[in-house]
Design a protein around this ligand. Structure first.
Ligand SMILES: Cc1cc2nc3c(=O)[nH]c(=O)nc-3n(C[C@H](O)[C@H](O)[C@H](O)COP(=O)(O)OP(=O)(O)OC[C@H]3O[C@@H](n4cnc5c(N)ncnc54)[C@H](O)[C@@H]3O)c2cc1C
Length: 477
């Protein structure tokens, strides 16, 4: 088993002909590099992580995907599943060429079961769409990655995506109760169902969640729904120093006994860059750091009461003011600014690295303090934002404009080793939600028990004996 490019065959005319027979003439995309380029990268800013596919196919069913995998197995061709390509670890990049599978045609909600509070989607459903029709019934899906207007539920499950509501509601995997998927050998496999509990044997369902398209291809996903919290109040707490803002985060829940739906941290540069990118401004603009805090529930007075308690706590902890968004438009502006930080930094420079470190929540102040020292030592900016209540920070080193790209790459390597070393010393790990893909692959071993690495390689071999599904991701074999 290998990820050596020589071990894979090319997609030749005969393979293309077979693919056309399986999915239909119009659903096989070959052609000029310009046509295929959009499928050669995800949202990682540095395009050197990209690689061109040889062809792109758009199957319409699990049966067609099963046939594609059988063909790929027989001819040893690499296959990479791709959702919306919003990933931040290079997961959907076809590192060894071959076939990219898109889910644009598999974008239907196939079952909405109000009585059992579940919804079953094909993988190409845009995450934000899931909540569109069920809100009227007083139900909702709790997943809220900041890319939810673009990303697909299949990509969310493959990355076990987190997001801004994870502190209260947990991450995607908590809501997946069942799925249909296609194995690398082309078998169609059903895991779980609509059950709230299921301990019948090994939990393969949770094993494939977060497997980044390396163990199987999801073709239907059943999600658990929750009663919709009718009331949501968003507020901003600006602080004069990054240190006092971040130090407040872990204490909010302990001191008040309230679990907010979100506590997002944004430093000054993150707020300014996103506001400039959007042509917006928000309360607290110009502060050294702000916390965006959301509270939700079913009772207006109770939620407002909790808002006041948390507001008081923030003021005591050094917030210079508290701004409550008093209408949905103002709330949406706050969240829009938060959601657009990644894009805004990308627009400033591709010479940056969006990190995804996560530490135990009590260690976030030490992590942020350490990042500040590293920014001074390396003479560059490391803006920082993220799902602070989960200990998950998107520290984003940005190239000093005085450097050449060559110098940047050299210094970034050293800097990342220091950031990761600090993360380990604080009991953290390399990725809280964006995954390993191939961007973080070479550093995974630093954070992992060697026995763990051996076991995951063995699991990969059990699912994918020819290593044709998304090869070169998470670990090399
Ligand atoms: C602005 C912005 C904000 C973001 N905010 C967040 C956030 O708050 N939280 C968070 O967790 N992430 C966030 N992300 C990262 C990204 O959006 C998530 O990782 C998302 O889950 C990826 O979904 P996608 O459909 O774009 O998947 P892709 O990027 O296309 O693929 C991601 C992985 O999933 C695999 N895959 C896709 N579909 C399938 C399938 N059907 N079966 C098997 N494997 C599959 C791919 O092979 C790949 O390994 C953000 C990204 C951006 C650009």
């Amino acid at each position: 088993m290998t990820t050596d490019a020589c071990a894979y065959n090319k997609v030749d005319e005969a393979i293309l002909e077979s693919l056309r027979r399986i999915v239909g003439e119009t659903h096989v995309l070959v052609g000029s590099p310009d046509d295929l380029e959009p499928y050669s990268h995800d949202e990682v800013a540095d395009r050197s992580y990209g690689h061109m596919p040889e062809c792109v196919v758009k199957p319409g069913s699990a049966q067609e995907i099963a046939q594609i995998m059988k063909l790929a197995c027989a001819h040893r061709i690499a296959v990479t599943p791709r959702g919306a390509g919003s990933g931040l670890s290079g997961g959907a990049v076809p590192l060894l060429g071959g076939i990219v599978i898109l889910f644009d045609r598999m974008n239907r909600i196939v079952d909405y079961d109000r009585e059992n509070m579940t919804i079953t989607c094909e993988p190409g459903v845009i995450t934000n769409e899931i909540n569109r029709d069920i809100r009227e019934d007083g139900l909702f899906f709790a997943g809220y990655p900041m890319s939810y207007e673009a990303c697909m539920i299949g990509g969310n499950v493959a990355e076990n995506a987190g997001g801004a509501r994870a502190i209260k509601y947990g991450v995607t995997g908590r809501y997946v109760t069942g799925m249909e998927c296609v194995t690398p050998r082309g078998e169609i496999l059903t895991l779980g169902g609509k059950l709230a509990k299921d301990v019948a044997g090994y939990n393969l369902l949770q094993l494939v969640i977060g497997s980044e398209g390396t163990l199987c291809i999801f073709t239907k996903i059943t999600l658990r729904l929750l009663p919709l919290p009718r009331v949501q109040i968003d507020m901003i707490a600006p602080f004069d120093s990054v240190e006092s803002a971040i130090a407040t985060v872990p204490k909010i829940m302990i001191s008040t006994g309230i679990i907010p739906a979100s506590i997002e941290f944004m430093d000054k540069l993150s707020v300014e860059t996103s506001c400039k990118y959007l042509g917006e401004t928000i309360p607290g603009f110009g502060a050294e750091a702000v916390l965006l805090i959301s509270l939700d529930g079913t009772d207006d007075e109770k939620v407002m009461g909790e808002c006041e308690v948390i507001g008081e706590h923030c003021l005591t902890a050094g917030a210079t003011d508290i701004f409550i968004a008093d209408n949905p438009r103002k709330s949406e502006t706050l969240w829009k600014v938060r959601r657009n930080i990644v894009e805004a930094f990308k627009a400033v420079s591709p010479q940056q690295s969006c990190e995804d470190i996560v530490v135990p929540i009590a260690q976030i102040p030490a992590m942020v303090g350490g990042l500040k020292k590293l920014a001074e030592k390396y003479d560059l900016m490391i803006p920082c934002y993220g799902h602070a209540a989960d200990g998950n920070l998107h520290a984003t080193p940005v190239m000093n404009p005085a450097w050449t790209p060559g110098e940047w790459h050299e210094k970034l390597k050293e800097l990342l080793m220091e950031i990761y070393g600090l993360t380990i010393s604080l009991g953290g790990t390399i990725s809280g939600e964006h995954g390993i893909g191939h961007k973080r692959k070479e550093h995974l071993a630093m954070f992992s028990d060697p026995v763990y690495l051996e076991l995951i390689k063995a699991i990969k071999k059990a699912f994918d004996p020819f290593n044709i599904l998304n090869p070169g991701k998470i670990v090399d074999l």
